[in-house]
Every structure is written in structure tokens, then in C-alpha cells.
Design a protein around this ligand. Structure first.
Ligand code: ZN
Length: 402
């Protein structure tokens, strides 16, 4: 039987011993070790992100890429994990397959064409075909449906290690592309130097594009939230990452909760396989007496999370960085199946439609299902038409994805 003394000794030991620290590989740079010193233990995942380093003929991988890319990916995995934890989703991040030496298991794929054939414009189709061939030949290295591809910068009259570019750099469905160059190294993160600014540009871009590859749409935070936390990574955070406060919104983390490479070990969900759209009816937008918009709707219950995004026109991808995300969607306890979300005008004061009551606005509902499938429902209205009696919609549409 344990007595008080045993408990006291255990308590003392817990106080004296440091918490089980996360092991940082010995060969990582000292700067990387310092930046990773506050790493948190992440929950193991069922699936892992596929990481490919793709290089065409006539070019070689940039020196020391295994260490550099591993440090950057591990740092980013920590960033996502800490933000998931802060947003109530647990210490969870995208899984990475690790090698015994602590590097990330990066697949080096040599392209058949000259490297300069894999251009920014249209290059992804050529890269993707050869990467798919690689995975066909190495199914044991295919860890999930999500794919992250790095390509060394072109070195020509236009591009160099000091001005990298030329290669694909964007998200396409569940895959995304980023580039590599000589000083693409975690040691420069946060430095107020040309190398530090260049790193934020390309590492911030890498972090943001990876978000797209993990199912994320763009979004901004509320006025209050951005004041407190900085810039959302999936807004303009690719320009601030590492230099100024950058964060993930709660809406972003609700999508990541059911993104394949975040699924906890043992989660046997067959991701993205269902075809069971969430149906939305009776959307209604009113201006409440307290100056908040109230958006209500009826929905079928086949979803785990729902986010609401409000923005100015236009509603096209890459013109939607302004859309402010809300997660406070509540079900009416008296009428199951009827939901509403409260959007204080002060929280969206940066939208131009709120400032001048001109032009069109839209609200997207994004439903996240258990298997990670997303469905969107959009209403478009004129800011000037918003009223306490109800707001007419110019357009209502539903679509798969977000
Ligand atoms: Zn983007």
C-alpha cells in the first residue's frame, strides 16, 4: 500500500525531473536545435505526409537538403501541432515518416526531362506524372493521399539562390509544391537580414501551400483575434511567418481535425471516400438588435464540424484572403437541425462592405465530415440590403470542397 511519503517522493521527483523532452537529432544545426527546444510531444498519426524532392536532368539536389528540409518540416509540424493544441484539438499535427537518424523520409525522384522543363506554369502535370510512377514502383513509401513536392530553384539569367523561382509553387488538390535554394535553412528564421526575409518569403509560402495540400482554404481572423494573435497562416501569414506573430484559426483547425495525415494512430477511417452531401435549407440573414448579423439555416446532421466565412466579392480562389472565419455555429436546442451563427459587425469591421455598405458580400458554410470530405453552401447578398427583417440573396449555391 502506498503511503503519503511515497506520494510525496513521487511529487518531488515530478517537480525535479524535466518533462520528457522531445529528442532533437544531433546533426541538426545549433540554430535549429534552439528553435526546436520548446517542442511538444505530438500524438502519433495513422497516416503520414508523402514528401518528395524532385529534380530534373542537368540539376542536382541543393547541398545538405536532407538536413535542411527535415529541420524545416519538423519545425512546421511543431507549429501546426501547437496551434491545434491551442485551438482545442490536442497536440496533433500532420504525420511524417522519420528515418532512424531523425531526418524526414524524403523520396528523391529524378525527372526524365531537363530540369528547366518543369516550369511554374504547367510544370506540375509533368512532375506529378513522374511522381505517380515513382509511387507505383514503391508502394511501401506511399503513406497517404497527401503529397508535398520540393524542387530546386532554376539557376539561369532570371533565377538564382538569391532570387529563387521558376519551378511550380502552389497547391493542386491534395498535393502542393514548394522550392529549395541554398539558404533555405531554419537557421535564418526570424533574422532581420536579407537571408531572414528571403526565408520568411519561401518558408512562409511553403507553410501556407502545405496548408492547401492538407485541405485548407484561405481565411482571415476577426478584428479581435488578429489584434491578439497576428496574421492567420492561411490569410497573408505566408508574408509574416517567422518574422511576426502568425497563427492558425480555429476554423482551420476544425478542418485539420479530419484531414488524413492528422488522424490519430488506430483511426481506420477511409478518408475522402463518401458521397453524402450536407443539405442546407432556409438560409436566413438578419441584422440583430445588438448590431450583430445572425445567419441561420437548417442542415442535415451528416457532418462533424461547420465553419462560417464572411467576405466581400469577388468569391474566387486567391481573391478570398479577406474572408473572416467563425466557428460559433450553434444548434437551436428547441429545434434540432436548425443552426445559427452570430457575426458581430465589429469583428468584421475590416471588410469594405461593412465600412461603406456597398457591393456584394457572401457567407460560405463549410461542413467537414468524419472522413474529411468538405461541402460548401454559399449565399451572396448586397451589403446595402442587410436589414433586421431579413436580407434577400442574389445567389445561393452548394458545392463539394471549400
Ligand atoms: Zn493560398
Amino acid at each position: 500500500m502506498k503511503n503519503n511519503k511515497t506520494y510525496m517522493i513521487a511529487a518531488l521527483a515530478a517537480m525535479l525531473l524535466p518533462a520528457a523532452a522531445v529528442e532533437i537529432p544531433a546533426h541538426f544545426s545549433d540554430a535549429a536545435k534552439a528553435k526546436l527546444a520548446d517542442s511538444i510531444a505530438l500524438e502519433p498519426t495513422e497516416h503520414k505526409l508523402n514528401v518528395v524532392y524532385f529534380v530534373g536532368q542537368g540539376y542536382e539536389p541543393v547541398a545538405d537538403y536532407e538536413r535542411r528540409i527535415s529541420e524545416l518540416l519538423v519545425y512546421l509540424q511543431q507549429f501546426y501541432g501547437k496551434e491545434m493544441q491551442r485551438n482545442g484539438q490536442g497536440a496533433r499535427s500532420f504525420g511524417l515518416n522519420m528515418l532512424p537518424n531523425g531526418n524526414v523520409d524524403i523520396q528523391l525522384v529524378r525527372g526524365k526531362l531537363p530540369h528547366t522543363e518543369y516550369k511554374y506554369s504547367g510544370g506540375h502535370g509533368k512532375v506529378r506524372a513522374e511522381v505517380d510512377e515513382y509511387y507505383k514502383a514503391h508502394p511501401e513509401k506511399n503513406f497517404s493521399q497527401h503529397l508535398f513536392i520540393l524542387t530546386p530553384t532554376f539557376l539561369d539569367d532570371e533565377y538564382s539562390d538569391a532570387n529563387p523561382g521558376g519551378v511550380p509553387f502552389y497547391g493542386v488538390g491534395k498535393s502542393c509544391y514548394a522550392l529549395d535554394y541554398a539558404d533555405f535553412d531554419l537557421r535564418y528564421l526570424g533574422e532581420d537580414t536579407p537571408k531572414g526575409h528571403l526565408l520568411t518569403k519561401w518558408f512562409g509560402g511553403f507553410a501556407h501551400e502545405l496548408g492547401h495540400g492538407l485541405n485548407l482554404p484561405h481565411n482571415n481572423g476577426t478584428v479581435e483575434e488578429t489584434k491578439a494573435l497576428g496574421t492567420p497562416l492561411m490569410g497573408a501569414g505566408n508574408y509574416t511567418f517567422g518574422l511576426k506573430p502568425t497563427y492558425l484559426t480555429k476554423a482551420t483547425c476544425q478542418i485539420l481535425d479530419r484531414s488524413e495525415t492528422f488522424a490519430p494512430a488506430g483511426d481506420k477511417t477511409a478518408f475522402y471516400t463518401t458521397d453524402d452531401p450536407v443539405k442546407v435549407e432556409e438560409p436566413k440573414l438578419v441584422l440583430g438588435a445588438d448590431g450583430a448579423l445572425v445567419y441561420s439555416f437548417r442542415a442535415t446532421p451528416n457532418f462533424k464540424h461547420v465553419n462560417a466565412y464572411i467576405q466581400d466579392a469577388p468569391f474566387a480562389v486567391n481573391e478570398d484572403y479577406d474572408k473572416v472565419s467563425f466557428t460559433n455555429v450553434e444548434q437551436d436546442p428547441a429545434t434540432p437541425g436548425v443552426y445559427s451563427v452570430r457575426i458581430p459587425m465589429a469583428s468584421i469591421a475590416n471588410l469594405s462592405g461593412v465600412k461603406d455598405s456597398k457591393g456584394e458580400g457572401g457567407i460560405d458554410l463549410v461542413f467537414v465530415q468524419q472522413d474529411g470530405t468538405r461541402y460548401s453552401h454559399r449565399v451572396i447578398f448586397k451589403w446595402a440590403d442587410i436589414s433586421v427583417k431579413g436580407t434577400p440573396f442574389i445567389e445561393v449555391k452548394a458545392f463539394k470542397g471549400c
